[in-house]
Design a binder for this molecule. Structure first.
Ligand code: FAD
Length: 445
């Protein structure tokens, strides 16, 4: 694309072979070939990109590390992918302000490590934390296992620096938890999936690194006994920093074809719990926990050393990629229901007889329902299956996405099920912030 030849402060990629890799993220969606990929290295490149996009009528598709699971960074129509991987900036931790600033290009693992190096903690922990970019986590409002205690990315963002429709980078928010100057444009950008502008950096809140962690494996003899435990625990005053689970079907799959450590996983179903309370390694804490779990408490196994803990988490983290390797055409949903409705969800899921395996974040009701055979299911039948799944979780007061977002993958379902007032309002905001429609066209709304 000749137009981009003179773009300042940028790497421009136009070779069709290289562009091919930018059609996908980690979802099942395959986008169109972009006109080019641009890796901006400064504000002059961003300014010029906005000018050209408006003048030439092409879209700008922001991209982080491409680990998204909603097809959000996959191009649609005449688009240039804006890969933020080379955008400059150094992570800066402020001890007195208990926050850090990082560029969108930093990897999330670098952001977490920078906090930890100063005895601090940045809690958001999507299971892709060692592969995804900070900017991507902001744009998708990523959440992970610790969301049941610490919330999503949104809950940690103090200020956002973003390229807006005027071609300039603006800062929305300040480095303090207190800033109450009307509705927050920074928070609007968090989770906006690149449809309002491009995030170039952000200031996020930190907390002291927890002094202790307790990681436990809870094998279940009867799978259904697991379903009330998240609610039971919080009612007894135990708030886990993670409560993950595998249902019997996914455990069977992992035992049959997973790596060595997965083949030995015990139980009909299994939970992985983690606590980070100050006294969580003390006897009274553990005794109280066993009591709160009732008869299931007898089966608790604790990970004693860091190596054992890492091994347990490695199995949890590889579940998604292992299934994807075995079933490349699988569709991975990430519906959510309130914690109090988890049992009802599974009771009502059974009669639907979906060819699904389920695992994920039981602690906050965010369940990864994976339709493994989706790649070979007739499209109309697949649509019926997904429709039934979405109706079920919406009927229980849930949502069609707990963490991955809407992107392209769930756009139709979002438009079908969302309150028309919400859709109308989001479109009005989109028109106000992006009147030329250049930012990530065709996504979300
Ligand atoms: C194995 C695995 C496990 C995962 N586990 C979780 C999990 O536990 N929780 C969770 O929430 N997600 C999870 N994900 C999904 C994904 O990793 C997260 O959504 C992550 O935040 C995406 O970051 P990314 O840098 O890869 O973004 P990308 O995939 O590159 O982009 C995601 C979206 O954000 C937009 N975007 C990216 N960068 C910017 C920017 N700078 N400005 C504006 N818009 C931008 C894109 O246009 C797109 O819409 C998982 C993915 C994998 C592969």
């Amino acid at each position: 694309m000749d137009l981009l030849n003179n773009l300042p402060e940028a790497t421009v990629i136009t070779g069709p072979d290289l562009l091919e890799g930018y059609r996908r993220d980690e979802s099942h969606v395959v986008g169109e070939l972009p006109l080019a990929v641009v890796k901006p290295r400064g504000p002059a490149a961003l300014r010029e990109l906005v000018r050209l996009a408006k003048a030439e009528g092409f879209g700008l598709v922001p991209r982080g590390a491409g680990t998204g699971k909603a097809g959000g960074c996959t191009p649609l129509g005449r688009c240039v992918v804006v890969d933020m991987g080379e955008y400059p900036g150094t992570i800066a931790v402020s001890q007195p302000d208990l926050c850090l600033w990082a560029p969108a290009s930093a990897m999330l693992k670098e952001v977490k490590a920078a906090a930890l190096a100063q005895g601090l903690c940045y809690p958001p922990d999507p299971n892709s934390w060692d592969q995804c970019a900070f900017g991507g986590t902001l744009a998708t409002n990523a959440g992970g296992p610790s969301a049941c205690k610490y919330g999503m990315t949104r809950h940690w963002v103090l200020a956002v620096d973003a390229l807006m429709d005027d071609g300039e980078v603006h800062r929305f928010g300040i480095a303090s938890v207190k800033c109450n100057t009307g509705p927050s444009l920074g928070q609007l950008l968090v989770g906006s999936e690149g449809i309002f502008g491009i995030i170039v950096g952000a200031t996020v809140r930190l907390i002291p690194e927890p002094a202790q962690r307790l990681t436990l494996l809870l094998p279940m003899e009867r799978w259904h006994d697991l379903l009330d435990l998240p609610g039971q625990l919080v009612a007894a005053g135990y708030l886990p920093a993670a409560f993950e689970f595998w249902d019997p079907a996914v455990l069977r799959e992992l035992r049959a074809s997973g790596p060595e450590e997965a083949r030995r996983l015990p139980g009909e179903a299994l939970a992985l719990l983690e606590f980070d309370d100050r006294d969580c390694q003390s006897e009274p804490f553990l005794e109280g926990l066993v009591e709160a779990l009732g008869p299931q408490g007898e089966h608790l196994q604790s990970a004693t050393g860091a190596r054992q803990r890492d091994a347990l988490w490695a199995v949890r983290r590889m579940t998604s990629s292992h299934l994807k390797e075995r079933y490349p055409g699988k569709v991975s949903e990430d519906i959510v229901v309130p914690r109090s409705r988890i049992r009802e969800f599974f009771q009502e899921l059974e009669p639907l007889a979906l060819p699904a395996v389920t695992y994920g974040h039981l602690g906050d009701g965010n369940l990864h329902v994976n339709l493994l055979t989706a790649g070979t299911t007739e499209p109309l039948a697949l649509e019926r299956q997904l429709h039934a799944l979405f109706e079920l979780c919406l009927g229980l007061g849930g949502a069609i996405s707990g963490e991955h977002g809407i992107g392209l993958a769930k756009r139709d379902a979002f438009l079908r099920f969302a309150d028309p007032f919400q859709v109308h309002s989001l479109r009005a905001i989109k028109r106000a912030l992006d009147p030329s429609g250049i930012f990530n066209p065709g996504k979300v709304v």
